[in-house]
Design a protein around this ligand. Structure first.
Ligand code: SAM
Length: 321
């Protein structure tokens, strides 16, 4: 197992099935750009092989399937079947929820136990303005279907001052009523936001969020796993919520994440453009590929930031948000 000086190793893999998406969220995609698949994306079979290699060669225990929009990919069915057969402790999915009603049976039958749905507002007009695609009612229907099938649902919301700040409490109420853990993601200084004044204008930090929530609820901070990115709070008698405080309370020093892009590159850090092509390994005999992987993993681990997320021009949808 490769471990760095800070004791970090890779344990969590985020697999981006495709860079294509049926949304064009304002914080992810620059104006006027639509989301297309990256050129030369891996085949489904290659992705499953890559995950298998990383399970055995990197010590990956937890997998999150993401994108782009993973449910949009024609490879999804093959990949979910393939990875569910691997010795992973946990497999989860991050989706914008637009295709959940269509994919509900497949997801439930696959044995997937939990999903995260990205949803920034309960207001249909705001929804259209942020996502620039999709339909709010369809996402809400998809969430209900998952809950009815006993799939554990978390909701991810990116609060932004000029887009959805007034939705913090309505979103929290909606989630608490359904036993859903809402996770607020602090706006990240990535992609086109990296050089955009809109980032500073729209950023809402953890303290401000907690202030807003304290207007309605009392809460206490709870323990979280060592490498958890979310700071969890309990609202006694109501449920939990979390904050992914990239800026306010960075978690780089305990980061165990590795990302595989849809075109076969490993990224050791969201905040670093360095990446490592593993496509050539996927056609090699497994034991040779495992050996060759070790050097790549050492380099990918060295790409991690030491203390804090500094932001990068890399786009979330390409490297797996
Ligand atoms: N399409 C899927 C979805 O919407 O959940 C998966 C990919 S999306 C890139 C994954 C997550 O990244 C979403 O929850 C989205 O809100 C988040 N995200 C993208 N860009 C972000 C940014 N600049 N700051 C914070 N979160 C961001």
């Amino acid at each position: 197992m490769i471990v760095d000086k800070q004791g970090r190793r890779f344990r969590n893999l985020r697999l981006s099935l495709t860079a294509a998406c049926n949304y064009a969220c304002t914080y992810c995609v620059p104006d006027g750009k639509r989301l297309q698949a990256a050129s030369a994306e891996l085949e489904g079979e290659e992705m499953v092989r890559a995950v298998s290699l990383l399970v055995y060669g990197a010590g990956i225990e937890k997998l999150r399937i993401t994108g782009g929009e993973p449910l949009l990919s024609p490879k999804f069915d093959e990949i979910i079947a393939g990875v569910m057969a691997l010795p992973l402790h946990d497999v989860a999915l991050t989706t914008n929820g637009q295709l959940l009603p269509r994919k509900a049976d497949l997801l439930v039958n696959s044995g997937l136990k939990r999903i995260n749905v990205s949803l920034d507002t309960l207001d249909a007009n705001r929804f259209r303005a942020i996502a620039r695609g999709g339909d709010l009612a369809t996402v809400l229907q998809g969430i209900e279907l998952m809950l009815d099938a006993n799939v554990k649902v978390k909701v991810n919301m990116v609060p932004m001052r000029t887009a959805n700040a007034e939705q913090v409490l309505p979103m929290l109420d909606y989630c608490l009523e359904r036993g859903i853990e809402l996770r607020f993601i602090e706006l990240m200084n990535m992609g086109h936001l990296k050089h955009n004044a809109g980032y500073t204008r729209d950023f809402i930090g953890m303290d401000e969020l907690l202030d807003a929530i304290s207007a309605r609820y009392e809460f206490v901070r709870t323990d979280a796993a060592y490498d958890s990115t979310s700071i969890r709070y309990e609202i006694p008698g109501h449920g939990h919520f979390g904050i992914i405080a990239n800026e306010s309370e960075p978690f780089c020093s305990a980061c165990t994440r590795l990302r595989l892009s849809s075109n076969g590159y490993l990224y050791g850090c969201l905040s670093n453009t360095e990446c490592h092509d593993i496509r050539p390994l996927l056609s090699q005999p497994f034991h040779l590929a495992l050996n060759a992987l070790q050097e790549i993993l050492r380099n990918a681990l060295a790409d991690k930031q030491n203390l804090a997320f500094s932001g990068e021009v890399t786009v979330m949808k390409f490297i797996g948000g």
